[in-house]
Design a binder for this molecule. Structure first.
Ligand code: R5P
Length: 291
């Protein structure tokens, strides 16, 4: 069942699974509240709800909870929540006294709504998934992204991560592109958001590079990485992200640093949705239904 935030991905996943699609009547009240209504019976059915929680995060999250709880109330046999972008995952711990560990709150809400299984894609903080008591899957879209670049003739490109937290993504990209990998040492000031990097040389001179990251939000992280790679005489630098959150100006910021292009997945709807994650969601749902 495609939620209002993931209509295209939801329909494509259902098409690949040859699954019945239950149309949801959806509207917003004049004051902004969401309304949802299931237009067909789900009693006794195994229901999968596909709803991302990218911007506007709070609205999409509430709609997800409304969908989950309604499926439960209407007697669904099992409910699988597929949440390609897991909002609040970056707020996984209390960095400053008194802060809310928001990710834990979101985990509790999803579980309380009656979810039996939870599937997400490249969540920023996999550790938060341990807070779920239900079975969870954290899929990776990096191989899909790397294959996209391979098909574009970039086999042998250097796989790069803009910080050590994304190093595993660069390693995964390298398993497809096979041109080596590396990462920046990045530090972000938690108050100002400003980024500092440790100077380091990479084996990128006259070479093509693909920078992999989980999220692009302001684009500042990618911009920094692209600038450094270009300063080190990389030939062409491409950027790839799983979750194109794209705050205003992010796309332009990355291109102005000298990137050839920005490729994202449909985990979040945006103009850079070039690679669909439907195949990995389908594979996971098929695997789980066999277990
Ligand atoms: C941070 O560790 C994440 O992996 C991303 O690098 C970060 O969220 C990107 O944010 P921005 O585009 O605002 O620099």
């Amino acid at each position: 069942m495609p939620g209002p935030a993931s209509p295209a991905l939801g329909l494509e996943t259902a098409r690949q699974l040859s699954a019945r699609v239950i149309p949801i009547e959806f509207k917003r009240f004049p004051d902004g509240e969401s309304y949802i209504r299931f237009t067909e019976e789900v009693k006794g059915e195994n229901v999968t709800i596909i709803q991302t929680t990218g911007p506007p995060q709070d609205t999409n999250l509430i709609q997800l909870l409304l969908l989950l709880k309604t499926a439960k109330d209407l007697g669904a046999k099992s409910i699988t929540a597929v949440v390609p972008y897991f909002a609040y995952a970056r707020q996984s711990k209390r960095s400053r006294t008194g802060e809310c560990a928001s990710a834990e709150v979101v985990v509790n809400l999803i579980e309380c709504a009656g979810t039996d299984r939870f599937i997400t894609v490249n969540t920023h903080s996999p550790d938060i998934l341990e807070w779920f008591k239900i079975p969870v899957e954290n899929l990776s879209a990096i191989t899909l992204l790397a294959n996209f670049f391979k098909q574009q003739g970039l086999e042998g490109a250097f796989s790069f991560a803009p910080d050590d937290g994304a190093l595993n993504l660069a390693k995964e990209g390298d398993r497809v592109l096979k041109g080596g990998y590396g990462c920046l040492d990045k530090m972000r000031n938690i108050l100002t958001g400003e980024i500092d990097v440790v100077e380091k040389e990479f084996n990128v001179k006259n070479r093509d590079v693909v920078v992999f990251d989980d999220i692009v939000s302001t684009g500042a992280t990618m911009q920094t990485a692209v600038k450094i790679l270009k300063t080190q005489k990389a030939r062409r630098v491409y950027t790839a992200c799983v979750h194109p959150i794209f705050a205003e100006g992010a796309f332009e910021r990355i291109l102005s640093a000298g990137a050839e292009g920005v490729v994202g997945t449909d985990c979040v709807s945006d103009k850079v949705n070039i690679v669909s994650v439907a195949p990995i969601i389908v594979e996971a749902l098929q695997r789980l239904s066999r277990d």
